[in-house]
Design a protein around this ligand. Sequence first.
Ligand code: FAD
Length: 386
Amino acid sequence: MLSSTHVPEVVGNDRDAALVSGAGFAGLATAFWLNRLGYDVTVVEAAPALRRGGTPVDIEGETIDILARMGLVDRVRAKALPSRRFAFKDAEDVTLGSIGASGDHASQERYEIHRDDLLDILSDAVTGLVELTFARSIATLEEHAGGLSVTFSDGEQRDFAVVVGCDGNRSNTRRLAFGGGDRFTHFMGGYFFLKVVPRTDLLDPNTTEVFRTPGRMAMLNGYDDRTDIGFGFRTDSEIAYDHRDRGQQRRMIHDLFDDLNWKVPAMLAASAGDDDFYFDRINQIRMPCWSRGRVVLVGDAGYCVSPLAGLGGSMAIIGAGHLAAALERHPDDLPLAFRHYEEGFRPFVEEIQERAATEGMSTMCPVDEAELSERNREIAAGDMGW
Ligand SMILES: Cc1cc2nc3c(=O)[nH]c(=O)nc-3n(C[C@H](O)[C@H](O)[C@H](O)COP(=O)(O)OP(=O)(O)OC[C@H]3O[C@@H](n4cnc5c(N)ncnc54)[C@H](O)[C@@H]3O)c2cc1C
């Protein structure tokens, strides 16, 4: 493992060229480490700029060690949000159970930081050190004896020694290197909508509230300057909808939640209007192997744990740190380095995925009345186990 004071030796041969696809947490952290390791790094991001928005990111455990090794932990601490109280509510807004702001996690260092703040910290850390281009992606990827030939969406062709796919849940690199379709996607039986609104009158700041009925959940995250409005629902199988038709997705949420009380009518009214929201199936990515030849995956691209785990950002940063440590240890042997990366990190990934698929889904969105009653009993007893 890289130690906190240790700056890796330059191991890339004559500055081997490395390509990173995607400029989220996985891509920016991977680019940081590859540059430290001596690679000549290019990052391609499909969006026209860094993709902002979304709920805050939890930073704890090994993520803190890795951010310290990157020299970034003080900047993260400076942006840390106040600790938050998490409460489960019934239809009359009575609290069924809660996790205190300073109780359960008080013994371990743990922060929550806005997703955009962490993106800024990571992108500042690579600015001027790597080539970062937007509105561009990999069109074709071909491995030959000495490396990989890549054609970009704008037609440019270049050779790279290694390609790291950090392009998220619907990874383009995964599709090109491992085959298309949804064969590594595990649908978890539900969908999630999230809208951030610039108002603070729906709940107290630094508070999360969750209201559930069988198969449906409504969630509010309060901050001092904004509120996240979330809706989740269960389905037996994937539903057909047009990914580009935002009006259809908004109507679907409205139709599904229209008859609920608690704060739901106010939440629906507050989230109506524009198309700037997140809506997607809840899924994980589970692959038998995260690398093929000179291509390797980091973050959601290789092992999305789902929003239910609350750890997607951490997994991306830890994954990039593990890959860097493996490349430093085996600088002249990519297959061995990739194997070392996977062997070291896979057990933790699988543990988090399993927990999200079982306790996470059941606690946040119980499937029926019996499961809801059982979870509520645990919540009231302060025994959530999650
Ligand atoms: C805008 C946004 C909002 C999010 N909100 C939440 C949230 O509220 N809750 C939650 O749990 N998780 C959310 N996530 C997911 C969360 O950020 C990830 O689970 C986690 O940070 C892992 O990071 P990642 O870098 O692996 O993947 P991502 O954060 O998904 O980053 C992948 C990057 O790759 C880019 N990309 C995609 N396709 C291509 C391509 N073909 N070529 C090049 N680049 C490509 C994307 O534009 C993106 O910048 C959000 C992600 C995004 C992008």
